[in-house]
Design a protein around this ligand. Structure first.
Ligand code: TRP
Length: 464
């Protein structure tokens, strides 16, 4: 099987989607998600939204609108992974693991944080006045978004490139610190994290807004995506133009109308519009043509959007299904990462319920036992036997007596460091046969490792 390139991007859920978002991000993303050689991950970055917006109603509304937008525009959720960041509990979990390997100095250098500090200083305020730790930590949360699914490529705007570079740095640091432990846990040769690359599409024009500056919420010059046809037309009539009269040849260069038209239209349509400009089309007619072109593209999705927004339950179902699909990846991955840093679930969690109950009466507190012996074939053997006499592990014949001790020591290390070890690993490359239930074997190893630890502690105390 050829492994696919994973593409991932997040959409902060603070505003209402506009035409610039559509042309610059949503449309190319949906197109890319149809390719067979990529696996696409698109998500609503609603935890990130909290950093920028403390209005619960707006957060909730924006999440809904943006989800409906992607669905209405035809994102195929059977192909792509489409989910809400806050539904993937592994993301905040990973955020903490990454926080602990991220140097504070790296975060000090983040553009968004630095700009906020600079603004404060310019106002003769304390540098950190009004800056939340959330803003400071923004890049780490973003790194977790990306690394949890081991994305190769992250399509973003230029303003986000630094964040992707930070995600690489943070991922690399984690790989360096915990790579060996991770490989011991997973028995795979891979690094924990793929180091992601930012992808900025040079061809995707940033759309000018109504006033000619870049279309952006912060300039309040956007054309919202889901205006009714009537309001869309009105908005387009409001686009700023120069004062050339009908009949005068018009420059396509620097014309907002032309730039928006070109971003949406085919090459042929664009050529025809270029000709119309040269022939002196009036601005009113040009705006009408632009309106018709946008409306032709959005009329059907607009209906789907309105239908979805009227039934938020349907949107919720799709998002829940998306979260489930995504967590099938993130849940086992975080388990391996936790083990790698030494945070496997406690013995209480690992010991199966029945075993815990059995352990309660004092008589059953007897530990499992190693039994070593030599067979007539001259080889050395051992087995691990539980207090009831059931065999949990049975070794194959071992030529050297001292190797028996080494294999047992390795098993004990697994008990103390990797209580969720799988049976394949327990078989020690074929030297051991796992006979008992995996949970019982793991519980026995954990218990024996604990006993060893206690013995060592007692011995050390005696030495002091
Ligand atoms: N910070 C991104 C933005 O403002 C949104 C985002 C959050 C994101 N997490 C991400 C983008 C992960 C790409 C990958 O545009």
């Amino acid at each position: 099987m050829i492994s696919k390139i994973r593409t991932l991007t997040g959409i902060t859920t603070t505003g209402t989607p506009h035409l610039g978002n559509y042309v610059g991000a949503i449309r190319p993303a949906i197109e890319a998600s149809r390719r067979d050689d990529v696996e696409s991950f698109y998500f609503l970055a609603d935890y990130h939204a909290l950093i920028k917006c403390e209005d619960p109603a707006r957060i909730a509304q924006s999440r809904l609108e943006i989800a409906a937008t992607w669905l209405a525009l035809g994102l195929d959720t059977d192909r792509a992974f489409f989910y809400r960041q806050s539904d993937i509990t592994e993301i905040p979990e990973l955020t903490w693991l990454l926080t602990c390997v991220t140097s504070k100095g790296l975060l000090n250098r983040a553009h968004a944080y630095k700009a906020a500090v600079d603004r404060n200083l310019a106002d003769s305020e304390d540098g950190d006045a009004g800056i939340t730790a959330g803003l400071f930590m923004y890049p780490v949360l973003m790194a977790a978004d990306i690394l949890i699914f081991n994305a190769h490529r992250v399509p973003v705007g230029r303003d986000q490139i630094q964040h992707i570079e930070m995600a690489r740095d943070i991922g690399q640091r984690f790989n360096h610190l915990y790579g060996d432990a991770y490989r011991a846990v997973t028995k795979a040769a891979a690094e924990p994290f793929v180091l992601p690359e930012a992808v900025t599409d040079e061809n995707v024009a940033t759309l000018p807004g109504l006033d000619g500056r870049k279309m952006s919420k912060s300039y309040n010059n956007t054309i919202p995506l889901w205006l009714s046809a009537k309001d869309l037309r009105k908005a387009i009539l409001g686009i700023v133009t120069d004062s050339r009269a009908p009949g005068e040849a018009k420059d396509t260069e620097g014309s907002n109308i032309f730039a928006i038209y070109q971003a949406l239209a085919s090459a042929d349509e664009t050529a025809a519009m270029r000709q119309a400009f040269a022939d002196g089309i009036g601005w009113g007619d040009a705006k009408q043509k632009l309106f018709e072109r946008i409306d032709a593209e959005l009329a059907e999705p607009r209906e789907r959007y309105n239908t979805l927004m009227a039934k938020p339950g349907e949107i919720e179902d799709r998002l829940q299904a998306g979260a489930k699909k995504a967590r099938e990846r993130s849940a086992p991955f975080i388990a391996a990462l936790r083990q790698s840093v030494g945070l496997s679930l406690s013995t209480v969690d690992t010991v199966p319920r029945s075993a815990t109950v059995r352990a309660t009466p004092p008589a059953a507190l007897a530990p499992p036992m190693w039994k070593r012996y030599r067979e007539k074939d001259g080889l050395f053997y051992f087995k691990l036997v539980d207090p009831a006499g059931e065999v949990l592990l049975q070794s194959k014949g071992i030529a050297q007596a001292d190797e028996v001790g080494l294999v047992i020591a390795e098993l004990l290390i697994m008990g103390s460091h990797f209580p969720r070890v799988d049976t394949a690993t327990l078989s020690m490359e074929g030297r051991v046969e796992v006979i008992g239930a995996a949970d019982s074997v793991r519980a026995a190893l954990v218990a024996l490792a604990d006993i060893e630890k206690q013995k060592r502690a007692v011995k050390e105390q005696g030495e002091h």
